[in-house]
Structure formats: C-alpha cells, structure tokens
Ligand binder design. Sequence first.
Ligand SMILES: Nc1ncnc2[nH]cnc12
Ligand SMILES: [Zn+2]
Length: 338
Amino acid sequence: MPNPSRDALIARLPKAELHLHIEGSLEPEMLFALAQRNGVAIPFASAEAVRAAYDFSNLQDFLDIYYQGMAVLQTEQDFYDLTWAYLERAAADTVRHVEIFFDPQGHTERGIAFETVLDGIERALQAGEERLGISYRLIICFLRHLSEEDAFATLAQAMPHLARIHGVGLDSSELGHPPAKFAQVFARAREMGLHVTAHAGEEGPPEYVHEALDLLQVERIDHGNRALEDPALVARLVGEGMTLTVCPLSNLRLCVIDRIESSPVQRMLDLGLKVTINADDPAYFGGYVNDNFRAVADALDLSPDAIVRLAENSFTGSFLPMADQIAHLAEIAEVAGD
Ligand SMILES: Nc1ncnc2[nH]cnc12
Ligand SMILES: [Zn+2]
C-alpha cells in the first residue's frame, strides 16, 4: 500500500545506483529526436507507439528491441545527451553515486568508434560530478551472446583508456551463455586492475551464480534472483558479504517474477543477503531508481529500517573507497534520523 511518509524517506535518502545500462535509459522521446537528428529510420510513428511496443515476455524479447533502439546513437554528442539526461533524472532521485554499464560491442559492431562512445559518456559523467555532485564509475559490459574472442577484442580497445574505465561486466542473453565462457577474459581484466561484476541468476540457474563467483571471481552479482533456489549458495553469498544488484521493475517487465509482490527483496534481506535496488533499463521498464524503491516498498510493505538498509548497501556495495562509503553512510544516518 502507498505510504506518504515512506515515500518521503525514499525521496530524501542518499543512494548509489550500481546496476544501470546507460543505453537502457534511452527514453522514447529522445529515441525519436535522435532518429530525426541523425536521419535514422525507425519503425514507429510516435513516442507513444514506441512505448506500446515495450511489452516483453522474457529477456531476449527485450534485448531485441534494446539493440534496435541503440541504432539512433551515433555521435559523441548523442552519448553525452543520453548520459546527461540520465544524470539529471538520477539527481532528482537523490542519487549521489552511479556505477553505470555501457555495451561497447552494441556500438562498435555498427561502425561507431569505441572512443566516440566513451568520450560522450565520460564528458557527461564529469559534468554530472561538477554540476550535480554525482560521483561515478564506468563499467564496460561484454555481450555474452558473442564470443570470448570478441570480448578480448573489446578489452583491447579499452586498454588505452584504462584510467577512464573502472570495471568489466557481463550482460545480454544469459541462458546458454554461462560465465565459464568468459573465464579467460575476466582473468585478464582482473590482472589489469579492473573491477569485475557479472549478470547471473536473472534467467540463468544457480550454477551460473556459482560460476560467476568461482571462475570470474566477481565482486558483485547483478540480479542474482535464482540464487535463492540453492540454500548452500545463499549461505556462501551471505558469508562473503556479496552484493546483489536487484532490479524489481525489470524483473516484473521481463517476467522473472509474475507480480511485484513476488519480488525477492524482503526475502533476501531476511536471509542476510546484501541486496540493493536498481533500475537496470529505466526507459524500458517503467521507472528510475526511486520508482523501483517505491514499487517494492508498497508491494512488500518494507519498513523504514529496510529502506535505510537498502540505501546503505548501495554504498557499501560500491567500488568507492572506504572513506567515501563512510561519509555517505553518515549522510544516510542524518537523513534517516530527521
Ligand atoms: N537486464 C539485463 N539483462 C541482461 N542484459 C542486459 N542488457 C541490458 N539490460 C540487461
Ligand atoms: Zn542489467
């Protein structure tokens, strides 16, 4: 049930967003505007018609449309505009820190230079730090439906820019593309000093979460829903203090859960898992981070303590240095105590 004082707490609490695909923040209006600006034909008559097409029955359904949508992103300015629009929206949700994913292969395979993408996103992130006070980390994701060789080629493209890229992730079609397929390239990324995270247990079985831990040696699990099917795995995740970046509205729209009341957030908290709330692809799934907080809070009747815990986890699960994490926790305590 909606609860105004809980909504006010969500609105005020400082938070970090750890699971956000910047290409997934491409709102239909901007998709239309960029299609016109760049002379790209799209098979929709209006932004409303685009929204109406966002009716997915699984992850692949969504990905097919998501990769099509990317075609309108062509210039450095396009990537800047996309990222800036997200940051303004995040600031309105009292987001203080973002760790965003981008999919280089979704662009380089269309003939867009890696640097065009990186320069535009990073210029907006720097402006966001200066003008909105939002700190950031940038994570390149390997598309798991492509080969490990392709991932190595992407890592090579990132190599001259290592001071600007903080981590690697793994996304796209999960079933049939287990983490094991990318063990070598993740080992290389770790040797290069990059942080590592991977989507696992969104549609894939608990075994994929085990593989992400054992073979990729990830620092976070993106989603992790299906880990709950394996009590020994849950115990391991709790023991290791592993952060799970859960995305409630994404789960709903991709039919990972049948209704929002089935979100695993409260169950995960009760089990002692370090769960965080994130938007994933907000333009496609109907909400930004505070919408995700409100949706689960209303459906599961989350307590104020649970909401504060979720905000705390977003900082302690981030790649920020400990001193910065502690400063953010102090700010949360101040806001929660008001
Ligand atoms: N939820 C998701 N799962 C896998 N790959 C993605 N790419 C963008 N969003 C994704
Ligand atoms: Zn994701």
